[in-house]
Structure formats: C-alpha cells, structure tokens
Design a protein around this ligand. Structure first.
Ligand SMILES: [Fe+2]
Length: 211
C-alpha cells in the first residue's frame, strides 16, 4: 500500500468506524417501541407482587417451568438511568395461560406462579426479575403468540410505555402478527439478549421518551 492509498484507507476506515459508533449510539438511545396492552392485564393479582414470580407468599411450592432471570435498566433518551420508575410486568405461565378470568386458553393455571409483578427500579435504573419462561399460546386461527413478557413502565417526566418483550431465537417471533409488523430495528429493540446459559439469564434495557 503506498502512502496515498494508506492515508485514504485510514480515512475511510475512520469514517466507517465513526459511522458505526454513531449508529450504535443512536441505536442504544432509540426509544423502546410501544405495543398493545393485550387482553390479559391483571385484574386480580396476588398481594405478592415482588421481583420473584416463581413463588407466591404464603404458599408452599414453586412455579412450574424453566426458571429464567431477567435483568436490565430503565434509561432516558440520553442513555442516562431513570431511577425509581414503576415497572408493572405480567406474563403467561409455563403452559401459556394467564392468571386472568377471561383467558380462553384451556391450559392449566399454576397456583404457585405469581403471574405479575409491580416493583420500582433501583439505583442506576436497574431491575432484576426471577421468573419462568412464559409458554406460547393460541391467539385465534393459526396465530400462536411466541413467549413474551408484557411491561408497563411509568415515571414522572417520561411518557408511559406499554410494550412486550420477546426472547431471541424463537421461531414463532417470525410469524407473530404483532412482532412481524415492526421494522427490523424495532424488532431488535423488543427482543431480549441472552447473556448466560445456566441459569438462563436475559438482558433487556428499556428506553423511555420524555413527556
Ligand atoms: Fe400476551
């Protein structure tokens, strides 16, 4: 490589790296896309609404299914943590059934599964949940909803966000009538990242828009 072409190689490489860095920064700051609240928002949740959904206070026993951990942060559009935001989370049990009186799925309820949680994120906007991998469930016709977790995040100074989080590598993600309407970027913002196999742990950061 002569001096001129080397200089232009460095310049082009620098441009590509800078563009990539900028794209990553923009990507990291993109607001988490909203999604419908769905028909199964909890109406009679158990009193126990803590971060551990695999057991219910006062009951001896543990939820059926594969235990997973979910960790992440609530951030603003400048990628700064939002502390003390309220995280309202609900999901189907391992069999794909919600703890909701109008869920038509004949799959069994699990009295040891908490089904929902209502907590506040901590210092640095962090949250940690212990739960079970939600089951897939029929949603009418041939539509099968992939495993997902519903979130409603509220914080003064930011727009309320209602969304759904998906799991990486599930083939039902590609045919889901909600997820497949999203852009490629928005889909990737709604799918958690697996960061550990054993115990299975996922990371999911949520970015809120200002009011
Ligand atoms: Fe759902």
């Amino acid at each position: 490589m002569n001096h001129t072409s080397r200089r232009s190689f460095i310049k082009n490489t620098t441009t590509i790296v800078a563009a990539g860095f900028l794209a990553n920064r923009l990507y990291a700051q993109s607001a988490t896309p909203p999604e419908t609240i769905g028909p199964f928002y909890p109406v009679t949740p158990p009193k126990d609404q803590d971060f551990d959904l695999t057991k219910v206070d006062g009951r001896n026993g543990f939820a059926k299914g594969k235990i997973i951990y979910l960790q992440g942060r609530i951030l603003n559009s400048n990628h700064q943590p939002i502390e003390n935001a309220a995280i309202d989370l609900w999901q189907a049990n391992a069999a794909g059934r919600y703890r909701h009186p109008h869920d038509p799925n004949p799959a069994p309820l699990d009295k040891h599964f908490q089904g929902s949680a209502l907590v506040r994120c901590g210092k640095g906007g962090t949250f940690n949940f212990k739960t079970i991998m939600p089951g897939q469930y029929p949603a009418g016709g041939a539509w099968i909803r992939p495993p997902h977790i519903h979130f409603k995040i509220t914080d003064e100074g930011h727009r309320e966000l209602v969304t759904q989080m998906y799991f990486p590598g599930n083939r039902l993600n590609d045919t889901d009538l909600l997820l497949r309407t999203k852009s490629r970027e928005n889909r990737s913002l709604m799918i958690a990242m697996k960061i550990k196999d054993d115990p299975e742990t996922y990371e999911y950061n949520i970015v809120l828009k200002p009011v």
